[in-house]
Structure formats: structure tokens, C-alpha cells
Unconditional design. Sequence first.
Length: 160
Amino acid sequence: MTIQIGDKIPATTFIKATPDGPQPVDSDSFFQGRKVALFSVPGAFTPTCSARHLPGYVEKSDEFKAKGVDEIACTAVNDAFVMGAWGDSGSAGDKVTMLADGNGDFAKAVGLTMDGSKFGMGTRGQRYSMLVDDGVVKQLNVEEPGAFNVSSADYMLERL
């Protein structure tokens, strides 16, 4: 079942690339007591994700902060090294936290997986965005396959 507005984020573990190597990030702790704009992409370094999705959140990070968002995070079913390199190449810096969901545990737990096997990608996370306030989903914007509209930074900002 797909997560819904009003649901609590499921307990899973992301992995984040750090200067000290990959570090686990507990979802309960990450979302607790703050407002997080989370977006998911089918894959790091893929065309729409690299040209439009990540750059939109990087460019608009100050606008999110001005509207009360404590952190912006990006997740994908990629390993922490790929997510770290993609964040570096996309100038994510301290503007967008890159959270690897290498095994797809989070994507499965929220019920937002997609089958990318015809492109050699296997099971991936769908393209979506959500606003999470103290661990509870307040906004959920899931894209139709192949689309890029409702998960964009602009779309979410308009609804904050």
C-alpha cells in the first residue's frame, strides 16, 4: 500500500556518503522534530533527474528555508557512493542531503517502487516529492510514469 498524507514515515535506514565513509541514517531520527522536503528520483545521473529535478531543489533551497523547511533531502535506489558523487556534481553541498536507498527498503516501505527493468535499472523508487513534518507526511506528490511536474521544487514551494 502506498503511503498517504497523515501517515508516519516508516522506520528504515538510509545510507549517506560522508568524508568518513558511508554512514547509516535512521529515518525516525532524521525526520523527528523538523520539517523535511523529501524528493525521490528513479536514479542518480539520469537525464531528467540531473537536468531538472536535483537542480531545482538546489537553486530553490533558500526559498524552502524561508518557508520553514529545515532540510531538503533527495533519495534514490542507488548506493551512497553514487549519491555522494551525484550530489557533488550537482552542487548539492549543504543545500540538499543525498540519502541512498541502495536496497530500495524505503521505496518498498512507502509503496512507491517502479519497475525499471526494461531500461536495465531493476526495481527503483518512483519520482515523487513529499513534505514530512515531525515524521508525518503532510504533502505527497507522485508523478505519473515519465512525467516531471508535481514533484518539482516549484510545485512544492507553491503549496507551502
